[in-house]
Each structure stands twice: as C-alpha cells, then as structure tokens.
Design a protein around this ligand. Structure first.
Ligand code: ZN
Ligand code: ZN
Length: 360
C-alpha cells in the first residue's frame, strides 16, 4: 500500500468488498478492514466471526455488537491523523456519519484506486482462479449449446447457461447473461427476452462464471440461419480487429495503443461509426476492473494483467457482432486463456436443435 503516502494518509479504511477480500482473504459481507502500518483489523459481525478467524490469519478481528460505522470510527484512532477512505465505494452519508463520530484530531480523506492498483497484477493463485472461472463458463456454454431446442428463447438459453455454470461449481453468473438474437444483438447490452434464437440468422451471447470469487467474461456470436454478406463481413472485420489487438499485447505497450490497433481495422473497413465502446477491461475479483483498454486509457500493460479483448460492430436494426476473449499478459506476449470456438458457423455446428417434445 505504498501509494498511501502519495495520498498523505497514515492508514486506510477499506470498505469495497473485493478489496477487503484481496487484502485479508475474508469472503463474507458487511465487513470493513482498517489498514495501518504494521496492523490490520477486520471489523465484522457474529455471522462471519468463525469464517473470519479461519480466513484472516494476518489481521486482527473485531466482532462488532453495534453499528458498523460507529465501531469502525472507534477503531480509527489507531490510524493517527489522516485516514483514507474509498471514495468510489462509500456513500456521502456514511462518510458524514463516520466523520461525526471521529475524534477531532483525526481526518478522513478521499482516496481512489489504492487497492485497485495492486489488484491489476495477478499472482499465480489468482491466474489459476480466473482460469477455473473460464473453464466453468466454457464447459457450461458447450453443454447449453448442445441442448438447444428449436423453440428455445433468449431468456431460456440464458437460464440454461447459468444453470450449467452453477452445476459446474460456479457461485453464479459473473453478471446477468446477455443473449440477443438479431436484430437485438445491435444493442451492446441487450436484455434477453422472448425472441427465439434458432430462427434468427445469428445470436450473441455474453456470459461469465464466478468461481471462488474470481470471474470470467466471454462473448460469442452463433449463426444458426443464413447470414447476409454484410454481416459476414462484419464478423470477419471484428475477428481481424481482435487478432490485431491480441498480437500487440505485451508488457510495455500502451493500453490506448492496443485499443487503437483494433479500432483502425474496424474504421478502415468502414464500420468505425458502429463501434462505440472501449476494447477491453481487466477481470479478476470484479468483472470490470483495471486496466481499461480504451482510447482514454493512460497506462501501459504489465506482465500479470488479465484483460478482455472485445471489439464489436453494431448495425442498428440489423444486428451486432462482438467477440470477447480473455488474455493474460506475459513476458512473451498475450496468452489467450479462452478457448471456445470463435467462428459463428463452427459454433452453429454444435447446435443440433432437438425438437420440442410434445406431450410424453
Ligand atoms: Zn462480456
Ligand atoms: Zn467484458
């Protein structure tokens, strides 16, 4: 937590649950961590006391009886004069409450990204955890595809996918699964509805699993019908953009530069105005975390980062294509962690619609 000095704080109150987990190993809820030089205290309650004892071997555990803010404020005197708080996580009201309870000589200072800056680099245990979340998502996807029946709707496919992820050990979906048959697939974050996916020329699935706290995030487009020549060109362009970006991934390259490579492929093909989002994001304890790959990103890639590479082209009223893979930045370049087939036609071969059984 070296950047605490940069924020002129002697201690930090960590309230974001992913950050609490990252620093302490504690996976329960409603618990905060006070980190001061040489000392860390987890403030939890009786529901989580046993788990805290087991998980947090390196910090003191304070089992509160009163309100979280009040008891934490009481502990903050160990922090000295300036205590940072996570401005992106705490509400203005909670900060005001804590300030009202603090001794006069202690001040609360807003900080951002202190723990998040550490989380961008994954260690071997974290890389293995992300790989397990990917394996789970990919196996569930293959199973759900093989069970597709000709009358299945977007929301039923999303439910089947999430069910199989749970059966395979996920705590749940990493985020609400997106299943969008064309033309809805032109909405980058479409909600699954009652449209049938098999009658559509293609459908887009964006999904991920959360396993042991770590997430995966993938997108595929599956063609079950006849794809127009223009949409075929869209598919080829998106894949070419993705390949160009993945090839460039290595330690030291700028995150904005990787984004620009993919953007150029799409712009040169004449689809620039139909690609509005950033190229990718970090994935770990949160589905969306640092580093961002976007035109506005400031940083450079470093070994140990795990990012998505997910260019897309969205033609309003026609359909959209996004291909999303996860890559690990290694000293040799990008290691692609996701393996499920990317070609819409090849994926369609996995779909053998079984006729809906009528009666028994
Ligand atoms: Zn996604
Ligand atoms: Zn994503």
């Amino acid at each position: 937590l070296g950047s605490l000095k940069h924020h002129e704080c002697e201690a930090i109150l960590v309230t974001c649950s992913e950050n609490v987990r990252y620093l302490s190993g504690f996976t329960g809820e409603d618990s905060w961590l006070v980190v001061a030089p040489g000392r860390a205290t987890l403030v939890t309650d009786s529901r989580f006391a046993e788990e805290a004892e087991r998980a947090c071997t390196a910090c003191e555990i304070h089992v509160r009886k009163g309100a979280l803010a009040a008891e934490t404020a009481g502990l903050l005197r160990i922090g000295g004069c300036a205590v940072g708080f996570e401005a992106a996580d705490l509400s203005v009201k909670t900060v005001d409450d804590i300030r009202g309870l603090l001794k006069k000589r202690i001040s609360l200072k807003a900080t951002t990204g202190v723990v998040e800056a550490l989380r961008v680099i994954k260690d071997d245990v974290e890389i293995a955890a992300v790989k397990a979340a990917i394996r789970c998502a990919e196996r569930a996807f293959r199973t759900a595809l093989s069970e597709v029946r000709s009358d299945i709707t977007e929301s039923a496919f999303a439910a089947a996918l999430e069910y199989h992820m749970r059966l395979l050990g996920a705590a749940g979906a990493a985020f609400p699964t997106i299943v969008a048959a064309d033309p809805d697939s032109s909405l980058p974050h479409a909600k699954p509805g009652n449209a049938r996916i098999c009658g559509a020329a293609s459908f887009l699935v964006d999904w991920g699993a959360r396993v042991d706290g770590y997430n995966s995030d993938l997108t595929r487009v599956i063609s079950t019908g006849t794809v127009s020549p223009r949409m075929s060109r869209v598919c080829r362009t998106v894949r070419a953009a993705q390949k160009a970006a993945i090839k460039a991934v290595k330690p030291g390259v700028s995150a904005a530069g990787v984004d620009a490579l993919a953007r150029k492929v799409i712009t040169d093909a004449g689809f620039g105005e139909f690609y509005g989002h950033g190229l990718g994001h970090g994935v770990g304890l949160a589905v969306h975390e640092g580093p961002a790959l976007s035109p506005r990103a400031a940083g450079r890639l470093r070994a140990g980062m795990i990012v998505t590479v997910e260019p897309g082209i969205y033609l309003p009223g026609e359909g959209g294509v996004r291909i999303e893979d996860m890559v690990l930045v290694t000293s040799r370049g990008a290691e692609v962690l996701t393996h499920v087939a990317r070609e819409p036609g090849r994926l369609a071969a996995a779909v053998r619609p079984q006729e809906a059984r009528r009666g028994r």
